[in-house]
Design a protein around this ligand. Sequence first.
Ligand code: PRT
Ligand code: ZN
Length: 293
Amino acid sequence: MSSLPRTRLVIAIQKSGRLADKSLELVSSAGLRVVKGANELLYRVENYPIDLLRVRDDDIPTFVADGVADLGIVGRNVLEEAAHDPPPEVIMPLGFGRCELKIAAPEGAPFDGPASLAGMRIATTYPNLLSAYLARNGVSAEIVTMKGAVEVAPRLKLANAICDLVSTGATLEANGLAAVATILRSEALLIRAPHPIGGEFAPLADSIVQRFRGVTASQGAKYVMMNAPRAALARITDILPGADAPTVTPLAGVEDRVAVHAVCQESVFWETLERLKAAGASAILVLPIEKMM
Ligand code: PRT
Ligand code: ZN
């Protein structure tokens, strides 16, 4: 199916659910001013020719594959379960909506690798991912496809095991189930249509992608400043997590100490500060970063 010519760039996001708030947050952090009008399906961006198409997450890969939307935000689990030819392209992971697709069986059930699943009935809402996993492992098992509430299937004797998303593990525990294998690690992805984005929208799409990249990269990143002995610079750089070459500036009237500024891409923990102090650093400041490009 090919889409009709459009006058606005379209980004598909989940209407409501686990990814909805974070997707809107990302869009706002990228400087797009969203107007929540009467139209529930389409939110308009007032400062760019962009619309947000708000749909069920399961429909997002189809809309993006067909070019009804140019960009989309969806879980890897949903994207990989959907079969499109050509499939949407993955631009980047977005760092939220993390979960794992796991196989779980009643607690205490013997499990000794994927071969133990042979001949079982496994309930899931992810038949394609499950069947690919079974095939990869050369195991033949029966797949019971459900629409939801998969975790109750073993209790109802509908299945011996389930294959479902897990984040905290509380749902499995509450249903007397334990994870035995991980099929997929998932998080929200930014995806794009498999064909080139229409002429006049290409630069806009590129700029939005760059902004999303900047917002995503700055999450968790910190700007760290301190004074440190010149002689300890190498050690200090080693301690700073995920830092590029730091900026080093002289301190007025002090010979052997310098000011060190660095962008750390990873979390800076209290333990990191203690190690910096032990290496001779003082006046250590850790500041959040709002944008990065
Ligand atoms: O209405 P729509 O179809 O859009 O939404 P949905 O109900 O299909 O999806 P939704 O909003 O529940 O989830 C959207 C996406 O969030 C998923 O596709 C995943 O990419 C991601 N995600 C992250 C999760 C979870 N964590 C998660 N824990 N999706 C579902 N769960 C469910 C899981 O299915 C199980 O029922 O939460 C339960 C397990 O959670 P824990 O914390 O008890 O382990
Ligand atoms: Zn869904």
